[in-house]
Design a protein around this ligand. Structure first.
Ligand SMILES: Nc1ncnc2c1ncn2[C@@H]1O[C@H](COP(=O)(O)OP(=O)(O)O)[C@@H](O)[C@H]1O
Ligand SMILES: [Mg+2]
Length: 312
């Protein structure tokens, strides 16, 4: 019988860092609990670190005695390169993309500039000034509706609005500005959505998401039960192949490593537009990346272990 190759970190203590201080804290706690349980089930010496405001995270990682960090954070500090930089300084490998790729992927403005420079289609967009000088409505007077307003640095659809009437524009911008970063507007792409699962530069597969609402907002992601997730996607094979190709190229363009889940919008004529690359996608047992992996025979604990082995 062929011997199963030993895991890169076999015998090492793994710290699953979760929670954190971002708007996505609750989602991260679920990801972390799922990953921790999976690693324990596989016999790993895994410990949880719940990053609460009073915790000195660098000290907590060192005190845990871990040799590797499984990063189960989402959003600010976890997904944007900050924790990755801390681990790099501590000389402790961390799962997922490194400092630069994480920071670029988290920032929708920088991501779009890179997508465009690589010829990857992304919805037509504009950057709004940091503060409202009263000119927003004027600047967007000719922008066709519907449009999308979103903060450049959030996730989980937090602060994203669909604007269908001019009257909705100012409140949508004010909402997106609450997240302290830059705000962008985009053409609304009517159609459906495809999320692509990637591990170590290889496409695992994709899921077609059909929200019951006009876009996949926070409610549809975490609260509603009428969002449809289709694996395999029902869209024509050539449309999916193109979406997966763009997704892989976007991952490579940003310099990602390990696991990631690019999000694309598919217009009614089948044209694909890359919205963003999520470098720390939800990883509960029922999240989309694990579902995609499962569809090709990679179960959840195995996916968690494979992600662990890609830590750098
Ligand atoms: N240009 C767009 N056209 C249509 N829907 C969009 C567009 N941009 C965002 N959305 C909707 O909003 C959701 C969240 O937007 P996204 O850019 O992926 O940000 P995040 O997931 O980081 O909050 C998408 O999944 C999609 O449903
Ligand atoms: Mg998204």
């Amino acid at each position: 019988m062929a011997e199963i190759p030993k895991h890169r970190f076999a015998g090492a203590r793994v710290a699953v860092v979760m929670g954190g201080l971002s708007a996505e804290r609750e989602v991260s706690l679920k990801t972390g609990a799922g990953v921790l349980a999976a690693l324990l089930e596989r016999g790993w010496d895994a410990v949880a670190i719940d990053w609460v405001p009073s915790l000195s995270i660098g000290r907590a990682i060192e005190d845990s005695g871990c040799a590797v960090v499984w990063n189960a954070l989402h959003g600010t500090d976890g997904e944007d390169g900050a924790l990755q930089g801390l681990c790099q300084c501590l000389r402790i490998p961390c799962t997922g993309s490194g400092v630069l790729a994480s920071a670029l992927a988290m920032d929708k403005v920088m991501s779009k500039r890179i997508f465009e420079s690589c010829g990857l289609p992304t919805p037509r967009w504009a950057l709004l000034p940091h503060v409202d000088d009263g000119g927003d409505a004027r600047a967007l007077a000719d922008w066709p509706l519907p449009l999308i307003v979103k903060p450049a640095n959030e996730g989980s659809s937090v602060g994203v609005s669909l604007v269908e009437t001019r009257a909705q524009l100012a409140p949508a911008i004010a909402l997106a500005r609450q997240f302290h970063g830059q705000v962008i507007v985009e053409d609304y792409i009517a159609g459906t959505e495809v999320f692509v699962g990637i591990l170590d530069g290889e496409v695992l597969g994709s899921v077609e998401v059909r929200p019951a609402t006009k876009f996949y907002d926070y409610e549809a992601k975490y609260k509603r039960t009428d969002t449809q997730y289709l694996i395999p996607a029902q869209l024509p094979a050539d449309v999916i192949a193109r979406a997966e190709d763009y997704a892989r190229r976007a991952y490579l363009a940003l310099g990602c490593s390990g696991h990631a889940r690019p999000d694309l919008r598919i217009a009614l004529d089948g044209a694909a537009f890359i919205l963003e690359v999520n470098t720390l996608p939800g990883m509960t047992g029922t999240s989309l990346l694990p579902k995609i992996a499962k569809s090709i025979g990679v179960d959840y604990p195995t996916l968690c272990e494979r992600i662990l082995s890609s830590a750098s």
